[in-house]
Design a binder for this molecule. Sequence first.
Ligand code: ITT
Ligand code: NA
Length: 185
Amino acid sequence: RVIYVATSNMHKVEEINAVLQECGYRVEPIDAPKLEIQGDLKRVALYAAATAYSIVGKPVLVEDAGLFIEALRGFPGPYSSYVYKTIGIDGILRLMKGVDNRRAYFYSVIALAYGGGLALFEGRCDGYIADGPRGDKGFGFDPIFIPEGDNRTFAEMDVEEKNKYSHRARAARALCSWLERNQQV
Ligand code: ITT
Ligand code: NA
């Protein structure tokens, strides 16, 4: 069974599919506009999913995520996409220079729009900002994020390993168990 996903990020598609195959679904990217409004992740995802559903008329999901750094009071948070494209990993490392508290978390919301309405799923992964970038897998801030319980960065892990910890995999697992109980999607 197929659920569409409004995203331009193929890493997300791969990560979500690795989880959804366990409940007999897969996502397929469509190029419905995921309006790049920024702000509260839940509201952005719900709004984008509803908009995409009004265009495609079939079950569609939107995943929105961000990196929240404790010492920076949650920055870049909902602005992660913009911050990644502007100051990037180097900029974050500069802001964190000499900062002892390296605690951070990734947070993901998945909004699903279907004939029955909207559903929302969340996942969180706690961890630390590395002292420098390591690894070349994954995307975004993966080279500087170390999940709790490991000492490698996400960029040093394969998709299956990252999915043991990641915010997105946790949200996708919540979606999976919901799908198993809601066969109308
Ligand atoms: P969409 O097309 O789905 O919007 P995106 O890459 O812009 O893809 P988001 O807006 O959800 O994704 O994510 C905002 C930023 O947060 C993203 O550009 C990354 O820099 C960062 N990010 C989110 N999830 C991440 C992950 O699993 N690993 C590393 N960085 C991540
Ligand atoms: Na985005």
